[in-house]
Write a protein that binds this ligand. Sequence first.
Ligand code: 2P0
Length: 339
Amino acid sequence: MSQPRPCRATAHSNIALVKYWGKRDGDDPALNLPAVGSLSMTLDVLRSETLVSPAQADGFELDGAQIGGKPAAKVFAHLDRVWRLADLNGARPPCSVRSTNHLPTAAGLASSASGFAALTIAAAGSFGICDQLDGPARAQLSAWARMGSGSAARSLWGGFVRLDAGSRGDGSDCLARQLHGADHWDLKLLVVHTARGAKQVGSTGGMESSRLTSPYYPAWVETSPADLDAAQTSLAARAFEPLGAVMEHSCFKMHACMLATQPPLMYWNGATLEVIRAVWSIREAGGPRGFVTSDAGPHVKVLCESAHAAALAQQLREVAGVHEVQIVAPGPDASLELL
Ligand code: 2P0
């Protein structure tokens, strides 16, 4: 290959209904193998668009600003990884990477999921590895995206996606797959913003710290497979209450494990708790039913049936400390465009 081709990829963010937290101990860290499987919903409006094109020297632009330092180094290292994994000869040619995040970056809203998925796809297209995302290419790129960021493996597909932890040391059974397309079930996720700006402790360091110090970590890993299977069954049957219940359980187990980490990982703020309590009291009072989840950040995501979304969103906008409530639907597959 002489020159990279200009290619653009779009990948949508995803929110785990059953969470990933922790990496497998003892296997090659470069493979970034999760200790637990996860199940996610891909989101329609929250997405990353990434353009990879030939350049005189490596450059990374995010939302129109030149970026250097660690974030840029991670991007270039991922380009090197894709180059190496594709068995391409010689040195990787320099590339310009231009990304737009249609979501807040590094605030616990899965920007690394959509970002690394889009980067992987755009790089693969640019390096001539694939022209379109057929089934095998999508599965291959999902595994490569995972090496950049675990949750990115799920953003290759739209709808509802399961990522299995697997057990083989080479990661060959750590695979993501689509369980259902976006039209399987008319659900909505309310993204309740309770803060602005980036989170303080990144996920990668946080989960490693939990593995090393949280006494609840072994229980978290041991009980996760049952949650995954229960969620998959409820999802297939479109059984809302059981899906919501297991989703909340997975979320609170993960946060219990985080809280028992030394030093504690507390990603919430006061408004996070107010929103959780509001969702519960509305539900208990027979109002629009929602179930909560939250990630490595202070925002709350509320799963509800479409018919209840607008009314529930309106009530949550009135909770003190809430900046914004977005109503998000299941989103589409990631896509690739040769320019
Ligand atoms: C998830 N999170 O399943 C969980 C829930 C955060 C809490 O995946 O180290 O950025 O790059 O593999 O994918 C965030 O972790 O971590 C995440 P790395 P990633 O969505």
